[in-house]
Write a protein of this length. Sequence first.
Length: 274
Amino acid sequence: MTTIAQACADVLRESDPLTKVRRARAVARAWRRGTLAHEFDTAMPDAPGRPARPELLPPNRMPKRGRGGSEKGRIALLHALAHIEFAAIDLAFDAAGRFGAQFPRTFVDDWISVGADEAMHFAVLHRRLRTLGSGYGELPAHAGLWEAAEETAHDAMARLAVVPMVLEARGLDVTPETVARFKAGGDEASARILHRIYTDEIRHVGFGAKWFGYLAAGQDIDPAEQWRMLVRRHFRGVVKPPLNDSARATAGLTRDFYAPLADMEPEQAQAERL
Ligand SMILES: [Fe+2]
Ligand SMILES: [Fe+2]
């Protein structure tokens, strides 16, 4: 019987985007049917498979995107989001395969279902780009989305603190404004897709908060304080407004976690990390 760790590693190693999507969905189906063993006999690869295109550029070399008013701007924005969803497939399967042994079986259930969502998000955005005459790979994309995974590869608690509870939570903060921008540009179809993704992402942040809380309870430590310590140590950005307090709270990520970080001036947050 194939193990869940082998299946996750196979998804990670796949470099062709649509094959990765198919593989991700097949693993999620097999896991739900119980045809994968709950065993962690395989190490996750250090870096996931990536296609030859898009060209990956450091953030400071990315072309300016504008505000998404023109069709060209909207395509650039959808492409950037597709790239984030593509990386999110790997992040979910890496979480399940790398850290699953430290948790009850339901941890794998949760992150495999997240991986299936991310594959669907990517596929829908790619299809939308195709309809608009583009497609994933046609524009350059951000290098460095795997950095957070590398930075936290050794520590499940740090991974949960940074990936779902900072990066995916950031998506909740900015998406309502992006949906409004697509609507204002007359692109209802893209707006609907982004709204659907938004509701799924609330669930993903919720899984992060839930499993972070599970680890904190096991160690008898204050979860909010521990979270801030890990974020300062492992996340190089700042937690800054706008903050979608209601969506964050729905996911179980309450203000007592992040308000003390968000209230700091960037320089002060920087100083605390040194
Ligand atoms: Fe997603
Ligand atoms: Fe997500």
